[in-house]
Each structure stands twice: as C-alpha cells, then as structure tokens.
Design a protein around this ligand. Structure first.
Ligand code: AMP
Ligand code: MG
Length: 409
C-alpha cells in the first residue's frame, strides 16, 4: 500500500498541460488563461475627476478661508466622455463630472457640496490641495505592466480587466474531455428499470458533476457489464478523451475486470492500493498511443463515497493540471472538533464533516454521521474531509485539518 502523497506524485508526473484555444471574452469565465497579459494602455488613460464638482488651480485657493473666500468664475464644462475645449487659466473653475478628463491648466477638483454658488461663480472657503479628487493617469495600470499570468482562473474581475484592455478574444487552455464509465452487472443507467438485485447508476452523475466543477468536459461512456470484453469495448470509446475514469470492478473480487481490460488496451499501471479510507483500491494507468500523449486512466472504487473521495484526492488535481491551473489543491483549514472524530482502523481517514464558524471566527467540525462508504447522503452533508491518521481519535476541542469541499455559510 502506498501513501496518498506518493500516489499523487506518481499521477502528476504523468499528466501534462493540454493545448490552448481562442474564445470570445464572453465565453471565458471560469476558463484558465493560456497567455500572460501585458497592459496595452494606461488606465485611466488621462487624469480625471473622481467627483462631481469643479476643476481648478489649487494655487488660486491657497489663501481661501471662511473669512476670506475666493471667487472663481465658472467658465467651462467637462462632462464624462467629453474634453474641455480650452485650457483653464488662473481665476477660473470648470464644471466637471465624475470620469471627466481634467482640463489642461487644472490640477485639482473641489466637490460640488464643498462650494457655494454665486451667479456664474463659485465661492471657495478653504484651500484645495494639488491632486485632490483627481485619479491620476495610469493609477490602475500602465502600458507594459504585466497584469495577468498564464494559469490564472478567469473570474468576473478578470473579465472586466480584459474588457478594459479591449480584449474581445482571449487565449485559454482547452477544457479536458473526460470519459466516465460505470461498471457492474447490478448497475442500470437512468431511464432504465432496475431488475432484481439491480440499482440505478449514481456514480456517473456525481463524477460528471465533479469533472464539470473542476473545469473538465464530462462525457458518459455508459455502463459496462462485469465482462472483460464489455468493459474493454466501453473503454475503447474513451480512447480519444484527454482522461478516462471508471468506477467499480477494481477490487480483488473475481468479477473485477477493469484492470484486466486496461491491460488488454496496453495500459501501463502506475499504482494500485492507497493507504486511505474510504478508497484504497484505486488504479492509475496510462495507455500509450502513437503520435499522441499517453491517455491517463483512473479506475476508481465503486462505492459512491469512495468514488467521490478518490476523485477529490487524485483525479481533481490531475484534471486541474491538464487544464493548466496554477493551483491544484483545495484550501485546507484547521477546525476544532465539536465532538470526538474517530478514525478506527489503520488506514488514514478522510472523514466527512460539516463545518461551521464559531464565535471566535474559527472553524468547527463535526462528523456527518456513519462513515460507511455507501452512504451518499453523508457526502451531501459534507462541507469538508477531515484528515485523521489511522487508529486516532481527535477529542472534542482538538484541532484537525479539513480539506474544504465548498464554502461554508
Ligand atoms: P465494486 O467496486 O464493483 O465492488 O462496487 C462496490 C459497491 O459500489 C457495490 O455495492 C456497487 O453496487 C456500488 N456501485 C458500483 N458502481 C456504482 C454506480 N455506478 N452507482 C452506484 N453504485 C455503484
Ligand atoms: Mg462490482
């Protein structure tokens, strides 16, 4: 049996980043940037007002006070989207609005609520400092600044930044295409009717959703019966994917044909049993292919929770690597146990816990209940996986590292 860290190292050593493609900006949300973006312009492009008010020369107000206010004649106007038609000279103020370019000759803005009006003039009763309420040219970014690195996950702020730079098209990494095969004589796919001894296929759907969340494009390869030939045929459908996942049929039972089918496809196997619970039987193999990179294949255990947890620990980082993500790991937080968190048995436990935020702002963890690997509802309840060494109990109040599966509200 090998350790989780060693298993992940062996996997990542055999998974490389895919190629890239160009997409319209409006399709780039949640994609991974394939280029490093350098600003092509200064932003803002010119100094402009951050308030509705009056542009003026600060020197004109140097001696202004309530006792001796200064009158400036309002002799120009700069709305956003327009420029002043001449320079501002001493003794003048120009009406200006938020985003309006600072007129030449002006060096500051006084907000409209800070002046009183007197016919065609404003009355200023305090000194205005040079640069007041001016957003300087290039305060956000300057032409030539590196603003986004390759590998960055694009979110709403990145969308805005790329738009501000005029990037209506952007180069992103290709989404990995991931084939998902379920196996087992007892498994009937959605739309079918389970006969005696049969159940509906759930793994395909939880795994496809996990793939989607990790930025992959899931493709169902259907359900194969517990027959070597059938499993091999279904796996063949996935040979043009970037990654293939199967579930079930991978333990040491007589009916476990997935490994044998992989061998028939010429796969090289890189790992088999991993020291973890749930999980343990998980195979990772690569199928060499002429003129193409080898296809990584994960054979995950069949129990619904084991399939999801092994996906989380091994497939997700591999998928993120394929998709070019810079960060492969979930955040890990330290939480206090609200009740004992016991991991009986020798294998390292990845125990399903709910998380909450305590009065001190720190996380609290509590087991979701029975940790049996067939209990899908415990995954529904889980906010995270507490990592507990074998034969260990974290007592109430003790701390435990928790892999965060989702945000805690
Ligand atoms: P196996 O790894 O083939 O021994 O399967 C372990 C357990 O997982 C068995 O109880 C299976 O019925 C169950 N199982 C396997 N595949 C699926 C699936 N696609 N959906 C739901 N349960 C499954
Ligand atoms: Mg089976």
């Amino acid at each position: 049996m090998i350790q989780v860290e060693e298993a992940l190292e062996r996997i990542l050593a055999r998974v490389g980043v895919l190629g890239d493609e160009q997409v319209p900006l409006t399709r780039a949300l949640r994609r991974v940037l394939a280029e490093s973006v350098v600003s092509s312009l200064d932003l803002p492009p010119w100094p402009n007002s951050s308030m509705d008010g009056y542009a003026l020369r600060s020197a004109d107000t140097r001696r202004a006070s309530t006792a001796a206010p200064v009158r400036l004649s309002v002799s120009g106007r700069v709305a956003a989207g327009h420029v002043a038609d001449r320079a501002l000279v001493a003794g003048e103020a120009f009406r200006i609005f938020t985003g309006g370019p600072l007129p030449e000759g002006g060096d500051s803005v006084i907000p409209q609520e800070d002046v009183s009006k007197d016919g065609g003039a404003i009355v200023v009763s305090r000194p205005v400092k040079t640069g007041d309420f001016i957003r300087p040219q290039g305060e956000d970014m300057r032409a030539g600044d590196g603003v986004l690195d390759r590998g960055r996950l694009l979110g709403p702020a990145e969308m805005g930044l790329l738009a501000a730079l005029g990037r209506s098209q952007v180069r992103v990494l290709r989404r990995p295409r991931v084939g998902v095969l379920s196996t087992g004589d007892e498994i009937v796919d959605l739309g079918g009717h389970p006969g005696p001894g049969q159940i509906l296929n759930s793994n395909t759907y939880s795994l496809m959703a996990q793939i989607d969340e990790a930025g992959g494009e899931p493709i169902s390869l259907g359900v194969a019966a517990d027959r070597l030939g059938d499993i091999e045929a279904h796996l063949r459908w996935g040979l043009d994917c970037d990654l293939v996942i199967s579930s079930a049929g991978v333990s040491v039972g007589e009916l476990d044909f997935v490994k044998a089918a992989l061998e028939r496809l010429g796969a090289e196997q890189h790992l088999w049993l991993v020291d973890m619970r749930p999980g343990k039987p998980i195979a990772f193999a690569t199928i060499p292919s002429a003129g193409k990179r080898a296809l990584p294949v994960f054979a995950l255990p069949g129990n619904p929770v084991s399939a999801m947890v092994t996906f989380e620990l091994f497939v997700r980082p591999a998928l993120l690597r394929l998709g070019g993500h810079a960060r492969l790991q979930r955040p890990i937080v330290r939480a206090r146990a609200e009740a004992p968190i016991a991991n009986p048995g020798r294998r390292r436990g990845y125990l399903r816990v709910t998380l909450s935020v305590g009065e001190d702002g720190g996380y609290r963890a509590r087991l979701t209940g029975d940790q049996s690997s067939g209990i899908l509802r415990s995954m529904v309840a889980a906010d995270g996986l507490a990592v507990v060494p074998g034969d260990t109990t974290v007592e109430t109040g003790g701390t435990v590292p928790v892999i965060m599966l989702r945000e805690v509200r």
